[in-house]
Ligand binder design. Structure first.
Ligand code: DX5
Ligand code: ZN
Length: 217
């Protein structure tokens, strides 16, 4: 049985960008810092890119978790990899040669995540399980923070955990995650929890992170 560790990854998309350094201090007990990169093409929104990721890296000791919601992510993998993040996650729907892109991320000493939009089946991943370290199950349609969790994703998490049962692969969930739904998602098999609005809109983000850890059961 492969040990499964719970990790909380606050998404800075919901932070106050005018106070980014202070916002990062408020989540310095997190396991990861989630950075949502959007290109206005793969998703209908533009967020930020390498310069902001570099600034975040300089301002925190918490490892970075970079979520690329961009077309042709291969073009930017190296620029993000030099920041030595824990994960670089690319979207299944955004690449033609997934295995090659995954190998390219690993070559640079970074763990590989592959994200699936809510409608994307798990099947496409079954022959690349040796090449990836994390599966990100999107629990909203990517592009915006503050959306509601899509309930059908709970079964997808369960099916995913079954599919990877013999592999040391993390399952991350992203979108509409709160301390109220973390327990059932942990039971379904997710172990890395991204939360933007829930954490940054709370009174005390560090305390909220701790509450998430406790409420998972
Ligand atoms: C959505 C992003 C998420 C987003 C989550 O496209 O990938 O990481 O910041 O935000 P909340 O937690 O507010 O749903
Ligand atoms: Zn994300």
């Amino acid at each position: 049985m492969i040990p499964i560790q719970c990790k909380i990854s606050p998404s800075i998309l919901a932070a106050d960008f005018t106070q980014l350094g202070k916002e990062l201090d408020r989540v310095n007990n997190a396991d990861l810092i989630h950075i949502d990169v959007m290109d206005g093409h793969f998703v209908p929104n533009i967020s930020y890119g390498v310069p902001i990721a570099r600034a975040v890296k300089a301002a925190t000791d918490v490892p970075l978790d970079i979520h690329l919601m961009i077309d042709e992510p291969e073009r930017f993998i190296h620029d993000f990899a030099v920041l030595k993040p824990e994960f670089i996650t690319i979207h299944y729907e955004a690449v033609t040669h997934l295995q090659r892109a995954a190998a390219y991320i690993r070559e640079q000493g970074v763990k590989v995540g592959v994200a699936l939009n809510p409608h994307t089946p798990l099947d496409g991943l079954q022959y690349v399980l040796d090449d990836i370290d994390m599966i990100l199950i999107m629990t909203v349609n990517p592009g915006y923070g503050g959306q509601g969790f899509i309930p059908a994703m709970e079964n997808k998490i369960r099916d995913c955990r079954h599919m990877i049962r013999e592999y040391p692969i993390d399952i991350q969930v992203d979108g509409g995650i709160t301390k109220e739904n973390i327990a059932r998602l942990w039971r379904a098999g997710a172990n890395i929890f991204v939360a933007g609005s829930a954490i940054f809109q709370s009174e005390n983000p560090a305390e909220y992170i701790e509450e998430m850890r406790l409420s998972k059961g």
